[in-house]
Design a protein around this ligand. Structure first.
Ligand code: ADP
Ligand code: MG
Ligand code: MG
Length: 872
């Protein structure tokens, strides 16, 4: 049988969202509920896909079905499409599966031409309305179909209003609108080079094509990427008989929510505008009235609308966002959907729906978009102030939150300024590990280079600090402590504000308010914990991070990157001595100095987690990352070691690697310098013994994690002296402490030989940052350079460092689990890459049967919720 490409509203329902798009499915559902919906039909999303497959053409079969549906619509409405005497006018509206607000445009009043409008003006006795419809149609069609650009038409309207001495569109007369329509058509001809189409069928096909085409426009592509909407879905097209809100003062159009989308408060919330059409309400052509004022003007329509609201909310069991029109006092429903809402409102509405008996706890948990929680956990801009501000630039929203302060250009300045009580934003080309204390001291971080997984982004998210990364428009002059953005030069001390959610950058200070975790938030999280099966741990390197994470519900540490502990005061010097040591003796002497710092850090971590498991990863990065770069520091190091500056420089040079990420790092460090791993083992075990002693009620159980293992022999070799060192410590202390030794799976070879590795490892933890970069063979620090081109070419839809590549990297993970578990039944498995906090990746991990995900502290609530949704 031939494919059905077109459905009348009477043939569809809400479950057909994939085929009919959200708008079409809901128009059909409302029709089925007996609500007053202007009738029409939906061209399916499959037709959109077909259009692209056919080389951006609507094939004859689809065209034929559209015309058949139009004939049926003529029958239903008793009007004729393209007819002069009794014309059927329609809207052509896009509608994807997931609502993509404002992404694709709508055309109203299609079916008009010069002849039809003349007759309509006369027959209706309402020429103003007829010409208003026509000029709107030309305007929208030109803009959407021919991409002529809205602004030319708006200029013409403004000119006309000025000539006529009026300020409002509604004050223009029929004659004015007729003149405008003429001007519009002339404008069209000038820009396009042909006459404005007068044939209704030609108009219709042009419009349908335009909607299909708009699925691939740059705005839509960016929105889809930001919102995880696959390109392959396509959009449907709805063709619907017009209802007219612009026929006079007993007409109008409105939008309303059944609950307040900002706060979640139960009660009608919305706006209404008399004698208006389409987007007039939201476009701000005139100030609309509050929805409650509609009651006086249109008591009957309002009463009916209220009852429709109740019907829809009870039916969909969620807050509805609706569009409607009143034509001569009669109500028409044009759209309903589950309304977009702030994170705060989402929590309140979900709880209220449970209390009202409309939803179960599981459903309430499933209703919250985990990604939205982010905004609740960081300071936020004052909403009104933010609305009034215009961004002067935009980067990537790398770590959410709001920050404002004075610009500083170095980490040291950030520390210094903050110490004197100044709020600062650290602006840098990019950040590196030695900037960490400076980053901490700043309110926010702004970088010129770097993507979502750049150093700045990862560290900022880890710290829960606002970060906008990769704002390439900034012209940076670090040497002279200034930069240019949006045509303005900024110097040290100038105030800016950055929004880590949107990536927007503002000139000056926008006031912020502290994030509060309201009661509903706790309720939802409790429910999430009740229904999830996977544990959630955190990636934390400092006691503060660990405490914060525990507060946010972390059930352990899945990754403590010990190298971050070496940057603190006093430590870096000792650590550098270790790196520049030339004999084992020298090295051990330096390590002796580092040991107490590490031990006390670990003690604090165990304390913060109160007996929950703590995974400590042994030293991982290439050593050259730690060496001094400043002349002064090099001198200091030379003195401390009794060496010449030249010798230190030689040693530093010798650490240079061509590809450090695939160089001397991870367990390779432990193989070449066993004393480092031994020192870390001592610190881990001594700390655990001490904390266990202080808290007999806890079960302190360190998990030692050896990074970057690719061959079982590496693990065996390192594990041997780790175990010897640990056991000696435990015996010496007369303790019965238990510990585990496991490994990261982050090199493809480890996944491929996981059966061998599982024989030696107590646990696997997927380091998906490295695993992704090693599997794809491109570096996460460099991928930003070409990912944009990959998005444009549709090679990638997402950043594989932000959203797990389930097909390739995921296959390696699955393979590692399938190979490892049968060998070692006690093997526990987690993930600690950036993906551990990404909801769709969490869902995937749940499917793979992971025991836990581990993510940065501020993502813990997101992961808890995502884990619950995966389990429900
Ligand atoms: P969007 O998805 O951007 O909201 P819509 O397709 O919903 O676009 O339409 C834009 C505006 O036009 C809305 O205000 C809608 O209510 C109005 N509209 C669409 N179709 C009709 C119609 N058949 N009659 C009257 N108004 C319509
Ligand atoms: Mg709409
Ligand atoms: Mg790694």
């Amino acid at each position: 049988m031939a494919t059905k490409w077109v459905y009348m509203f009477t043939e569809g329902n809400a479950t057909m969202r994939n085929l009919l798009g959200g708008k079409g499915a809901n128009l059909a559902e409302m029709t089925g509920l007996g609500l007053p919906v202007p009738q029409g039909f939906t061209v399916t999303t499959e037709a959109c896909t077909q259009y692209y497959e056919d080389g951006r053409k609507i094939n004859d079969e689809i065209m034929g079905q559209i015309m058949d549906a139009m004939a049926k619509l003529e029958e239903i409405t008793g009007k004729k499409f393209g007819d002069k005497e009794n014309p059927l006018l329609v809207s052509v509206r896009s509608g994807a599966r997931a609502s993509m607000p404002g992404m694709m445009d709508t055309i109203l009043n299609l079916g008009l031409n010069e002849e039809v409008v003349e007759t309509l003006a006369e027959a209706s006795g309402n020429p103003r309305w007829a010409w208003d419809c026509y000029r709107r149609f030309i305007q929208m069609y030109s803009d959407v179909v021919m991409e002529v650009g809205k602004k030319y038409f708006e200029e013409l309207i403004d000119k006309m209003k000025e000539e006529k001495g009026v300020t409002q569109d509604v004050d223009l007369t029929a004659e004015d609108l007729k003149t405008l329509a003429g001007q519009f058509k002339a404008e069209y001809k000038e820009k396009i080079g042909s006459d404005f189409p007068s044939d209704a069928k030609e108009q219709l096909m042009g419009a349908v094509k335009a909607v299909f085409r708009s699925w691939d426009n740059p705005r839509a592509n960016v929105y889809r990427r930001d919102n995880d909407i696959p390109y392959s879905w396509g959009t449907a097209v709805n063709v619907q008989m017009m209802a007219f809100g612009n026929m006079g003062d007993d007409c109008g159009t409105g939008v309303a929510f059944t609950r307040d989308p900002a706060t979640g408060e139960n009660g009608l919330f919305g706006e209404f505008l008399t004698n208006a059409q389409g987007e007039d309400v939201v476009a701000g052509v005139r100030t609309p009235m509050h929805i409650s004022e509609m009651e006086d003007k249109f008591p009957e329509a309002f009463a009916q609308f209220k009852s429709v609201c109740k019907t829809l909310e009870t039916h969909y069991r969620d807050m509805q966002d609706m569009e409607f029109t009143v034509e001569h006092g009669k109500l028409y429903m044009l759209q309903t959907r589950n309304g977009k809402r702030t994170a705060q409102a989402a929590l309140k509405i979900a709880c209220d729906l449970v209390d009202e008996g409309m939803r179960t706890e599981e459903e309430a948990v499933a209703m919250i978009d985990p990604r939205n929680l982010d905004t609740l956990l960081h300071p936020q801009f004052d909403t009104a102030a933010l609305k009034a501000a215009t961004p002067m630039g935009k980067g990537l929203g790398a770590s959410p939150g709001a920050a404002c302060g004075k610009v500083v250009f170095t980490a040291d300045d950030a520390v210094e300024w903050a110490a004197r009580g100044e709020k600062v934003i650290l602006v840098r080309l990019e950040t590196s590990p030695e900037d960490i204390t400076g980053m901490k001291s700043a309110q926010g971080i702004l970088t010129v280079r770097g993507g979502m997984t750049s150093h700045a982004a990862v560290v900022a998210r880890g710290m829960g600090e606002c970060c906008v990364s990769g704002c390439g428009d900034i012209i940076m002059d670090e040497a002279n402590k200034k930069f240019t953005l949006g045509g303005k030069e900024f110097h040290e001390g100038d105030a800016i504000s950055i929004d880590g959610s949107t990536g927007n950058i503002y000139d000056g200070i926008i006031p912020t308010v502290d994030a509060t975790i309201a009661g509903e938030f706790g309720r939802i999280m409790d429910w999430a914990d009740k229904y999830r099966t996977m544990k959630v741990r955190t990636n934390a390197d400092t006691p503060e991070d660990a405490r914060k994470a525990a507060e946010l519900g972390a059930e352990g540490i899945g990754l403590c990157r010990t190298e971050h502990m070496f940057f603190g005061e006093g430590r870096i010097d000792a650590f550098r001595e270790m790196i520049c040591a030339e004999t084992e003796e020298e090295r051990e002497k330096a390590l002796e100095k580092v040991l107490p710092y590490q031990q006390s850090d670990f003690e604090k971590l165990y304390e913060a987690l109160e007996g929950n498991p703590v995974t400590i990863r042994f030293l991982d990065p290439p050593l050259h990352e730690f060496v001094p770069t400043e002349e002064e520091d090099i001198k200091k190091l030379a003195e401390a070691q009794g060496k010449t500056v030249e010798r230190i420089k030689e040693i530093i040079d010798s650490l240079h690697e061509f590809n450090p990420m695939m160089g001397h790092r991870g367990c390779r460090l432990a193989v070449t310098y066993p004393e480092i791993a031994k020192m870390q083992t001592k610190a881990v075990i001594r700390a655990a013994i001490n904390v266990q002693k202080a808290h007999p009620g806890w079960k302190v159980q360190p998990e030692i994690m050896i990074p970057l293992v690719g061959d079982i022999k590496e693990l065996k070799y390192v594990k041997k002296f780790v175990v010897e060192t640990a056991d000696a410590e435990i015996a010496a202390a007369g303790s019965d402490l238990e510990y585990e030794v496991g490994t990261m799976i982050e090199i493809p070879r480890a996944a491929l030989t996981a059966d061998e590795i599982a024989a030696e490892a107590d646990f696997f933890c997927f380091g998906t940052n490295d695993l992704t970069q090693m599997t794809y063979g491109f570096s996460r620090d460099d991928a930003g350079k070409f990912l944009e081109a990959y998005y444009d070419a549709k090679i990638f839809e997402n950043d594989p460092f932000a959203k797990l590549d389930q097909v390739g990297v995921g296959k390696l993970m699955k393979m590692a689990i399938d190979l490892g578990k049968p060998v070692n039944s006690k093997l526990h498995v987690g993930i600690c890459g950036e993906h551990g906090g990404d909801p769709s990746s969490v869902e995937f991990c749940n499917k793979l049967g992971l025991d836990y995900v581990s993510c940065s502290p501020f993502r813990v609530p997101i992961a808890r919720l995502a884990a619950a949704q995966a389990a429900i």
